[in-house]
Ligand binder design. Structure first.
Ligand code: HAM
Length: 419
């Protein structure tokens, strides 16, 4: 029986991969403008890293991690997200000693054992960015402005930026208590998961998709009414800075994030085009995270974009695979050998050239040239080899011109789409 890919893990095939490359190139360009440098971390980390950062009582750590023991019995986990690994690398490599402000970005696969559906996969890809070392609300707005800029650059505007503040270790316990008390009074209306969660992680109850829980928490106390003065000032400044930068946003006081490291500003870019998987990007502040991982006490903020979700949204504007600039068709052994040499010369000159390697009929070769949407075609036979002249067919214009074979590379150089 043929072996298929693992459920929830997808191949990205030619024809689609060009969209991915476009999205990645745009990220490198835009993030570079804002002073971000790329960081690449391993796909596997010690399990403890995620337990300590994301939080033991989160869905990710409780039920979604790909965790296994290696041959030395170390517990390892395929990274479910990028922030914790980047912080681990930041601390381990003492990056704060190089610059007090570190702006890093990353892209790559993440793994979560979730129930696969449209926009939700077990291997998915994130493009993320993190800033470590700045507490000022200016950086919150700057990070959001960069995210906004990126979405403009890739031509996706059907998204709304929602922001919230989750408070800090000063004011969160008060809110947690108020929320727990409220939830206690509605316990029988909550789903079984939330009846358990309301004690371990009450904020997550606000995020439950079960209609009964949504209804029961309609009147729940708002986190924004429980912020301490410094969190309130910080959040006000973030909103003012966003307004100054003309970044549209809406406050969503019910937005809680699925990871425990967040404090103060949190945000999501949501769309109504993807059904229930409506967050295309998400992030926030994690001021205590670096310290909790035994690094220096430095604040941080960042986001991650779900690339599969971007691709789903960009379907209408699909970027197609590059077409060959020229297809060399040949008849006879000698002509095929000549075509082979010509093709190599063209490729070295930066021209996308293709040929037939298998002695197919001329008709079959021209069919393939058409299917590949080659811009030009050139047929080489006995006569062309003898005279050194051949017809260069413009496949788009359905016209042709006679050229000297010796001029072909020079003519094609600079005229092709890849040149
Ligand atoms: P997150 O909200 O868990 O945050 O994920 C960020 C984005 O990744 C989501 O908004 C979504 O677009 C995409 N995503 C998450 N899970 C899946 C999945 N199973 N299939 C497809 N796409 C998915 C984080 O991961 C944080 N590390 C973000 C962050 C960076 N916060 C601060 N810095």
């Amino acid at each position: 029986m043929a072996i298929n890919a693992i459920k929830g893990m997808n191949d990205i095939l030619p024809g689609d991969v060009e969209t991915w490359q476009f999205l990645e190139t745009a990220a490198r360009r835009v993030f570079g403008t804002y002073g971000f440098a790329e960081i690449r971390t391993p796909v596997v980390e010690k399990t403890d890293l995620f337990c300590r950062s994301i939080g033991e009582t989160t869905d990710i750590v409780e039920k979604e991690m790909y965790t296994f023991n290696d041959k030395s019995d170390n517990s390892l986990t395929l990274r479910p997200e990028g922030t914790a690994p980047v912080m681990r690398a930041f601390i381990q490599n003492r990056l704060h000693t190089l610059d007090p402000v570190n702006k890093l970005y990353y892209m790559g696969p993440m793994f979560r054992y979730e129930r696969p559906q449209k926009g939700r996969y077990r291997q998915f890809h994130q493009i993320g960015a993190e800033v470590i070392g700045v507490e000022s609300p200016l950086i919150d707005a700057q990070v959001l402005a960069m995210l906004h800029h990126y979405f403009c650059e890739i031509g996706i505007d059907a998204v709304q930026l929602q922001v919230n503040s989750l408070g800090c270790p000063e004011c969160r316990p008060g809110y947690r208590q108020a929320l727990t008390l409220f939830l206690e009074s509605r316990l029988t209306s909550l789903c079984t998961d939330c009846q358990r969660r309301y004690k371990t992680n009450p904020l997550r109850v606000l995020d439950c998709k079960v209609p009964g829980c949504k209804e029961a928490t309609k009147e729940a106390p708002s986190v924004l009414q429980h912020l301490c003065v410094s969190c309130e000032d910080h959040f006000s400044a973030v909103k003012e800075n966003l307004t100054a930068l003309d970044i549209p946003f809406a406050v969503n006081a019910r937005m809680v994030r699925g990871l425990d490291y967040y404090v103060r500003t949190t945000f999501e870019l949501v769309t109504d085009q993807l059904g229930s998987q409506n967050a295309v990007a998400a992030g926030g502040r994690y001021d205590g995270l670096v310290e909790s991982l035994d690094g220096p006490a430095l604040p941080g903020i960042g986001f991650a974009i779900g690339v599969e979700r971007l691709v789903l949204m960009k379907v209408s504007a699909k970027i197609s695979a590059p077409r060959p600039d020229i297809f060399l068709a040949s008849v006879g052994q000698e002509a095929t050998e000549k075509a082979f040499v010509l093709m190599s010369q063209l490729q070295r000159a930066g021209v996308r050239a293709e040929m037939d390697y298998q002695g197919k009929s001329l008709k079959a070769q021209m069919r393939r040239a058409n299917r590949l949407q080659a811009r030009y075609a050139l047929i080489l036979g006995e006569q062309e080899l003898q005279t050194g002249l051949a017809d260069l067919k413009d496949m788009d214009q359905s016209s042709q011109q006679q050229i000297k074979l010796g001029d072909l590379v020079g003519l094609m150089e600079g005229s092709g789409s890849s040149a």
